[in-house]
Write a protein that binds this ligand. Sequence first.
Ligand code: ADP
Ligand code: MG
Length: 318
Amino acid sequence: MKEFEIIKRYLTLDSAKRKDVIQGIGDDCALVKLPRGQRLAMSMDTLIGDVHFIADSNAADIAHKAIAVNLSDLAAAGAEPAWLTLSLSLPEFNETWLKDFSQGLKSITEFFGVQIIGGDTCRGPLSITVQAHGFVPEDVFLSRSKAKAGDLICVTGDLGDAALGLMIAQNKLQVPSEKAAKLLKKYRTPNPRIAAGIALRGRATSAIDISDGLLADVNHISEQSEVGVLLRWEKIPLSDELQDAVEPELQMRAALTGGDDYELCFTINEDDFDATKTALEAVGTNCIAIGRLTGKPGIRLLHHKKEIELGELGYQHF
Ligand code: ADP
Ligand code: MG
């Protein structure tokens, strides 16, 4: 099959056609209309087979994840997602794989009302790069760098589930099947917290999505905002599945250093906590304060009244 036929058949979706797309797939450039008064927010991520996902896993899940991780970055900026570009490197023409991949693209783009407007296709080792484009009013854009000492540090969702999901997928952990399903789902098809990011506009002093593990991502806020962090272990939200599946030590390791949860971690002034919690709950997301920012550099964890000094322990490529 020729490259342009692949593009036409599997990548040009009849779903999620946005009114603000003047020109989508099929020309040299895509052209879109940015709403008046908004700023363009962009984020790009590459997923490589057997680095970011298990290469022989379900292609629909791979498509979901490739898009979800990018939307998660927009969520952390408080941006509303709109358009996607997609660069695909495929080792071979595999019709079943492409059909599933296309189905995965279709369902997540429909769900979030985003449109794939262009990209690139070539032959090579399996690799998927997505660039997500969205918009956000300039004055409420969320960043990593404006947190203040004294702010509460909060998270959405539960932490550590995706790390256990990965262990289950790799046959490194045995868990009863109904519990395994939830943990696997969190790893394979994460749910970017778009509505929560938008609800945090004008409330959070900083935000980041948890992709490399809580400590690694909190460390970015800590360094870029020049604040210290004191986390309270007993406040860290853990799912029942995670607590049933593994011993406390692995629970802690998964929740603090496991990647792939794609929850949001954000900081707010204590006075804004109640209103923020209400705003997040209104979009179906919980809001858990897990600690506080301090003037003392570094990341520390309060565990059974003992303070533990923590390094940066998340996933690193190099
Ligand atoms: P060109 O040679 O002008 O760069 P291509 O032949 O690479 O164009 O692509 C043709 C059209 O298909 C372009 O509009 C491009 O954006 C789109 N396209 C190519 N690959 C993809 C892909 N993986 N996903 C979505 N659109 C794609
Ligand atoms: Mg061209």
